[in-house]
Ligand binder design. Structure first.
Ligand code: SF4
Length: 610
């Protein structure tokens, strides 16, 4: 037994006992455990139990492989039925099985609320709920959940950004899981990814053929859709436009279905050896910008549309639709069926093409490159005397911008080629640089998310260019970028007093309220259109009767594809038509003109038209 006395260490307070490090650690653990137990007990009692916090990780999905293509259907949606029909044709033409989900309705919205997160924006509820409902219907038709999960994938756009669009993918997954379709595959067409889609699945080859096919389908969808909206308000036989539109869409669907991507012939490929891929790539581009298979098909559609007889002397206010991308595109409950409502109320609707959005995205990338020049991660500016290195950086930067500018030019050229092929009735795409210039004083054009500065820009652009009597912006509830731009619109309308601008918040409910607000603003737009028409009659010295007689004697003017130029300062279709008639009379002479003096005053003649 040791006789050595116990000597405490000098840094321990007298009366305390020094214990070993391991004993200290275990005491600490006991304290922490008891604290945690006590905290849990108190939280249980207070009903505020904390859940474990986990970092969100994108679930690892089963891949969609090439082998599955033959028995896996690609679901997609979110556009108009016209765009979707052509995208369907393009996808099937490329060898995919595809189906578009129907236009979302209020019950889809309710399903979105039931299965998705709270506090989402309107389009999220509608589109997410729509997919859930579609799968539920498949189940009702007899497919098991597992069969649906195995045989279908959903293909959608995705993005990262300040608005909820960045969360769509996660929302789809959550709602699908909550609805019992855990493991259902969601494939992303990254909105900001350009041509090099890094996370694409092998089953879905996002190559040049795929992009060209989708872009051509969207562009054709845009121009055909617009022609439908241009003709319907003036058709002389009710329903003729829609009936023709159905035939046109069936025909164009077949065109896309049969369209085969450009390929080098076997013989030529043999000669080119290692350059085969590059040559084929170039060949596809050349075929796109020089080929006439789609334009020839649209010529045929032009003839079909030309059978619709129109009366251009109907005075109608033109209402330009702007707002959030989905809300301004969908043709259903998502925007209170606004387009048909406006037409029933006597308006001509000027729809927004998807092409504007595509050029906007390219434009924003150009801006980003310009703004972040030299600020790329890890970039170090070489010293002044290393001119060679500085020039190389400058060249690289300019090269990137030049490629994007070229893409902009080619896209617009292609788009406008389609408009011309379909008779030249549609509007050309608004210039993004002009949109930026007019919006920037009100809304910073670098503020991304949603439509960014476009909502403000379009309001000014369409009003100032004499293209619309009224601008109606459809804004989904809970949409952050749209709410922001609404603040800026207050400044826009106070600066441009002539603009009739109405923002409408769209949601799953409140249709009657929204329609009655639109009716009120439309009343103002109608009187603007009538006043303009009366002014034009006054100015040209023509009467309504003169114009009608002129049309009777010149039946070609009843054809939709008859070209009526846009007169400076004149908005309405009828007013522009009268200007045109006056121009023709002045040029060609026309003896059958009745005397102006015998006619009623211009305002009264307009009333007769209503
Ligand atoms: S723009 Fe607005 S409505 Fe559209 S996804 Fe973003 S937050 Fe939602």
């Amino acid at each position: 037994m040791s006789t050595q006395p116990f000597e405490p260490k000098p840094n321990v307070a007298p009366g305390l006992v020094q214990i070993g490090a391991s004993a200290q650690q275990s005491i600490e653990e006991i304290i922490q455990r008891r604290l945690a137990e006590e905290r849990a007990r108190l939280e249980r009692e207070a009903g505020v139990q904390q859940k474990a916090i986990h970092q969100f990780k994108k679930p690892v999905e089963r891949p969609f492989t090439k082998q599955q293509r033959g028995h896996t259907t690609l679901l997609f949606g979110g556009l108009t039925w016209k765009h979707e029909k052509l995208v369907h044709g393009a996808l099937e033409g490329l060898g995919y099985m595809a189906e578009s989900v129907p236009t979302p309705d209020v019950s889809a919205f309710q399903a979105g609320k039931e299965f998705g997160n709270n506090g989402q924006c309107n389009p999220t509820y509608f589109t997410v709920g729509n997919v859930v409902q579609y799968l539920q219907r498949l189940e009702e038709q007899g497919l098991s959940k597992q069969e649906i999960i195995d045989r279908y994938v959903f293909f959608t756009a995705g993005a990262c950004g300040p608005c909820r669009f960045g969360m769509y993918e996660a929302e789809y997954r959550l709602a699908l899981r909550n609805a019992g379709f855990d493991g259902f595959r969601v494939l992303l067409f990254q909105q900001s990814g350009g041509l090099s889609q890094s996370d694409c699945e092998a089953g879905l080859e996002m190559n040049l053929d795929f992009f060209l096919g989708i872009l051509n389908a969207l562009n054709c969808g845009d121009v055909i859709n617009e022609v439908g909206y241009i003709l319907r308000p003036f058709e002389m036989h009710a329903g003729q436009t829609d009936e023709t539109l159905d035939r046109v869409m069936d025909y164009m669907h077949e065109v896309f279905l049969r369209k085969q991507p450009y390929k080098l012939g076997d013989k030529l490929s043999g000669y080119l050896g290692g350059f085969k891929d590059t040559a084929e790539y170039i060949g596809k581009f050349v075929n796109q910008i020089k080929g006439d298979d789609i334009t020839a098909a649209l010529h045929h559609c032009r003839e079909m549309f030309d059978e619709v007889e129109v009366d251009r002397l109907r005075v109608k206010p033109i209402v330009k639709i702007t707002g959030e991308f989905w809300a301004q595109t969908t043709e259903g409950d998502g925007n209170f069926n606004m387009f048909r409502f406006l037409e029933r109320e006597g308006a001509q609707v000027l729809v927004e093409p998807i092409g504007t959005w595509i050029t906007y995205m390219i434009h924003q990338v150009v801006q980003k490159y310009k703004d972040t020049k030299g600020l790329e991660e890890g970039a170090v500016l070489p010293p002044l005397w290393r001119l060679d290195k500085r020039l190389a950086i400058e060249f690289g930067h300019r090269n990137k911008i030049a490629k994007l500018r070229l893409a902009e030019v080619i896209f617009k050229r292609e788009y406008h080629r389609l408009i011309e092929a379909l008779g030249g009735l549609g509007h050309h795409l608004a210039d993004q640089y002009e949109l930026q210039r007019i919006a920037h004083p009100f809304y910073n054009s670098r503020a991304g998310g949603g439509e960014g500065h476009l909502e403000v820009a379009k309001n000014i652009y369409y009003s100032n260019k004499d293209l619309a009597h009224m601008v109606l912006s459809v804004k989904p509830f809970g949409c952050m970028p749209s709410t922001q731009s609404d603040g800026a619109q207050a400044a826009v309308v106070s600066r441009h007093k002539e603009i009739i601008y109405l923002p409408i918040e769209t949601s799953g409910e409140g249709e009657i309220n929204a329609h009655s607000r639109v009716q009120m603003a439309l009343g103002e737009a109608k009187s603007k259109a009538k006043g303009e028409f009366a002014e034009v009659l006054e100015k040209t010295g023509l009467t309504l009767e003169d114009c009608r007689r002129f049309v009777d004697e010149h039946p070609e003017t009843r054809r939709p594809m008859y070209q009526v130029p846009h007169a400076h300062g004149v908005v309405g279709t009828a007013a522009n038509f009268v200007m045109h008639i006056a121009g023709r009379i002045a040029k060609e002479g026309w003896t059958a003109k009745v005397q102006v003096s015998s006619a009623a005053p211009a305002e009264e003649q307009v009333e007769v038209l209503q």
